[in-house]
Ligand binder design. Sequence first.
Ligand SMILES: Cc1cc2nc3c(=O)[nH]c(=O)nc-3n(C[C@H](O)[C@H](O)[C@H](O)COP(=O)(O)OP(=O)(O)OC[C@H]3O[C@@H](n4cnc5c(N)ncnc54)[C@H](O)[C@@H]3O)c2cc1C
Length: 507
Amino acid sequence: MSDLNTIFDLAIIGAGINGAGIARDASGRGLSVAVLDGGDIGGATSSASTKLIHGGLRYLEYYAFGLVRKALAEREVLLDIAPHITWPQPFVLPHAPGMRPEWLLRLGTLLYDNLARRQVMPGSERIDLRRERAGRALSSEYRNAFRYWDGWVDDARLVVENLKDARARGALVLPRTPVTRAERVDGLWQLTLGEGRTLRARRLINAAGPWAEDVARRVMGLNDAPPLRLVQGSHIVTRRVHLGRDAFMLQQPDGRIIFIIPYERDYSLIGTTEGDVQRPEDAKVSDAEVSYLLAAANRYLARPLSHDDVVHRFVGVRPLILETGKGDKETTRDYRLVDHAGLDAMTVVGGKITTYRVLAEDVLARIAPRSKGWTGSAPLPGGAIDRHRGEHGQTAFKRWLEQLQRREANYDPKLIKRLAMTIGAPTEGLLAGGLGRNLGGVFEAELDYFRDQEWATSGADVLWRRTKLGLHLDAAAQGEVARWFGEDAAAATEIPAGHRFARPGIA
Ligand SMILES: Cc1cc2nc3c(=O)[nH]c(=O)nc-3n(C[C@H](O)[C@H](O)[C@H](O)COP(=O)(O)OP(=O)(O)OC[C@H]3O[C@@H](n4cnc5c(N)ncnc54)[C@H](O)[C@@H]3O)c2cc1C
């Protein structure tokens, strides 16, 4: 592994999914890479998304066929390389009188089925809600619906997985290391990090997400970064309203769409809202947004939700590329790569979790044009399980998990499943070594693993990003986790838990 005295081929500001994906791809092509984040890895937008690997059915309305096709094809790839943290997710889209006509929904879902090749993703179908389990969660006035499929991903873990692989291929990963200045010195980029440390690199990539414009202007001193429009999106987590696996895609009278998605076994995830913010750190889930989301869900639910059913909330900020004359919904969700001419520097903005790997390939095609893409067929570390020839990752993972549960019969199969669907392949080693003391639903060996292998340094890192145990553990157990990291037990209950958007620690 490289240290700070190395002259890196590539330095990346920002360890969200885009920075992490570029770091992995570049390291695998033999470049020496340093990736720095002012906060926890994946601590900003990339842990606050709706967690869908999707083409975006609704973007078809804006004729964004290219974007949708690119994202749809990528669903199969991500389900294959990260089978432990992804799965195909069915969505029920009820037809509601007075909203988009039924023929349009059918046309949209058919187009969605056929824009890209499908291997594990089933096709869409028209369903009768009176005969379906999902229908029982909805008010009886909704009778007809369409079921279509997208993917689900644990976004924060996808970041960790990419960085673990980057590190295994030689990259230096430095979380909690804000870059306060980046300047050209003797033909190299010199980055000033906290505590007077510096780092040098031949090339610089600004992947600072919603801070990208600010980093380009203030940290790198450039004036050709694309102007960004920052749009906050909030989610709430409620008691579970689902009766089965189906998620709901619900049309609203204002033309917007909200999702209700089965979440963490016992809960439902509802989102999102959209509203402009000036700075990323101004984003905060407002009570008005919670009321909006509850009303949007209750428009359809048989058993309405109330404010008392909300157990958690979080907000993220989309950096949308400013396009004059376009509203939130029409503004492109695609990414843009901006070359800072003659400076060996690039700013990466926009995009989706879904397309992070393609974005990284596009970046590498520009900066290392003679090297070849490799990440589409190489499993991420947690997905590196034995596969039969030609077997899809999803099938292999199910088989591997069942075998592991049979082999490790001394452990509760549910615990094995939880660990396997968190860290994947390394679960075998963790179980073989013994899990240590149970701190009330989380084991010491897990905390060791998150600290030693996954850069966790606080209770919040573990409870809300490496896992979502913050939703499941009681206050005493959360306090134990905080104490284990040397924090005051109260820190666990004071954790902002995503109510506010994290600030990456720069002035
Ligand atoms: C509400 C919402 C829902 C979404 N849902 C989906 C979805 O369902 N599916 C999907 O595919 N996409 C979704 N997206 C889009 C997706 O989340 C983003 O495109 C993606 O997370 C952006 O990743 P990023 O790496 O560019 O940014 P980020 O994850 O924000 O990473 C940028 C990083 O840069 C760091 N940083 C900033 N300044 C500095 C500095 N000076 N020094 C060091 N580090 C710095 C920050 O700390 C941060 O960690 C959603 C977005 C939002 C907001």
